[in-house]
Write a protein that binds this ligand. Sequence first.
Ligand SMILES: *[C@@H]1O[C@H](CO)[C@@H](O)[C@H](O)[C@H]1NC(C)=O
Ligand SMILES: *[C@@H]1O[C@H](CO)[C@@H](O)[C@H](O)[C@H]1NC(C)=O
Ligand SMILES: *[C@@H]1O[C@H](CO)[C@@H](O)[C@H](O)[C@H]1NC(C)=O
Length: 509
Amino acid sequence: MAPLSVCTLIRSSVLVVFLWSKCSYCAVPTSEEKYAHLESKIAQLEARLDHFENVIKVKDHQHDILVENVSQLQLALHHERQTSSKLVTSINVNDRSNQLAVERTVARTCQEAILADSSLNSGMYWIDPDGQGYGDAPIYVYCDMSKGTTSISHDTESAMDVGNCADAGCYSRAVNYNATQRQMSALADLSVECHQSIKYECSQAPFELDGIKYSWWNDKNGNEKYFWAGMNTDVHTCQCGIDGNCVEASTKCNCDSAAAALQVDDGVVSDKLVLPVTQLNFGGTQNAAAVHTLGRFECSGKETVSGRPRSCLDLWRIGHILSGLHSVMGTNMVQSVYCNLTKIPSDAGFQTEIGYIDVKSSPTYFYVQKNLNFDATNTPIPFEISKLNVGNAMDLASGKFTAPRAGTYYFSFTGLASFPATGSTKVYLVVQLLLNGAAVGMGSTDEANTINSQLTPISLHSTLRLNSGDQIWLEINEISLGAQLYDKANWQSTHFTGWILEEELVNSL
Ligand SMILES: *[C@@H]1O[C@H](CO)[C@@H](O)[C@H](O)[C@H]1NC(C)=O
Ligand SMILES: *[C@@H]1O[C@H](CO)[C@@H](O)[C@H](O)[C@H]1NC(C)=O
Ligand SMILES: *[C@@H]1O[C@H](CO)[C@@H](O)[C@H](O)[C@H]1NC(C)=O
C-alpha cells in the first residue's frame, strides 16, 4: 500500500471522529470546554497519525529489503542453475555388469566424465574423486576432454623470482592447491598417470654444488625430493641428466653448471605416488638469477581393473561405493575382505582381511568299500561298493581316483589283513598309496605265531597337493603266502575315502 493513500485514509477518519464527537457533546458543555476538549482530541489524533506514519515508513523499508532479497535470491538461483548444468551428470561407471556401481551425478575424474558422455567439451567442471557424498566436498577443476586430463590449479603457477639468498633452502614457497590432499590422492589412485612440470631458470644458482643440496621440493607427504624430472624418486637429476645432454657432462642438471650463462632445467615429474609438489625450496642464489615456474597437478587415464577384482582398491576403481564384506580373488583362493569405501585407498582401514572363503567349483568326495578278498600285488585295488562318489572322480572298477582340479586332497584307507596260522615265520601285508604310479605312503601290518584267519588292521592317511588329472590309487606292495586283504559281503571292512580340502580356484577358472 502506498504511504499517501494510507495518510489520506487516516486523515478522513480524523474528520469522521471530529464530526461524531461534536454531535455527542451538543447538549451539555460550554463552547470553551468543547474547544479544549477538541484540542486535546486533535493532539491525540496527531500523535496517532505520527505513529501510523512511522509504521508505514518501517513497513516500506522492510518491503524494499524483501524486494532486494528476492532479486538477490533469483540471481543466486540463476547462478546455481548455470553451475549445476556444468556438473558432470550421470556417470554410470564403466563396468555396466557391476551391480553395485550406483549411478553418480558427479564424476570422480574428467576421464570418467568423458567416458560417460563423449559429447562434453573441455572447460571447468565439478568433480569428486573421493566419491560423491563421501569425504571432502567436490572440487572445481579444468577438464581437457580431448585428453581426459584433470588439471588442478594452484597459487604458484606464474614465474616467480627466488631472489638472492645463500643458504640451502633459504627461499621457500608452500604451494596451495585448489583441492584438498585427499581429493588429489584419490584422483591419482583413479588415474593411470599424474604429472607436474617444474621449470627453473638459473644463472649460477645450482640445485647441488660440491655435495651441498641447495634446492629441493617437498612431496605430498612432506618428504624432500631432489629430482626435477621423471620418476627417479631418490636420486638428484633433471631431464638433461636423464637424457645425458646437460651443458656440463659431469652434472645431472643444467643449473648445476658453474658457468655464468643463463640455463634452464625444464622437466616433468611423473611419479604419481609422491605428487603433487607441496613446497619449493631454493638456495645458493646469493649472486644469482633464479626463477621457478610450477605447472598444474595433472592426471589422466582411468586405472582399469583387468580380470577379477583382487582387492578393495580394484572394487573402488571399478566404482563400488557400498562398504561391506566383499569377495575378491586371492592368490589361490577366494578371499573375504571388508572394504570401507567411505575411505580412500591410502587411508588406514580401507581394506581389512577377513579370511579365505571355501569356494569349490564343484564338490568332490567319495567313500568306497570292498566286499571280497583281494591279494594281487602291484595291481590297483578295485572297490565294489560306493557309499558316496560325488563328482565321480573315483572309478571303482579300476580303483583309481582322478583329481578333477588342482588343490589339496585328503585320503584315508583302513582295511584288515587276514593271516593263516604260522609259527615263528613272520606274515605280513603292505599297502601303498600311489600318485601317478609313484608310492607316496605305506600302511602295513605283520605278525608271527598267528592262528588261522587272524585279522589285524592296516591304515593309511594322506593329505596331498594334486594337479588336475593326477591319479591316486592303492596297491598291495607285499603280501606273505596265504594272507589276504580281507572282506566279504555284508562285512565291508575295507574303507577308502577322500575329498578335496581346498581348491586352487585360480587354476580352475
Ligand atoms: C534480507 O537479507 C539479509 C542479508 O542479505 C538478511 O540479513 C535479512 O534478514 C533478509 N531480510 C529478510 C526480510 O528476509
Ligand atoms: C577453486 O575452487 C573453487 C571451488 O572450490 C572455485 O570456486 C574456484 O573458481 C576455483 N579456482 C580456480 C582458480 O580454479
Ligand atoms: C569406515 O570409515 C569411516 C571414515 O573413516 C569411519 O568413520 C567408520 O567408522 C569406518 N567404518 C568401519 C565399520 O570401520
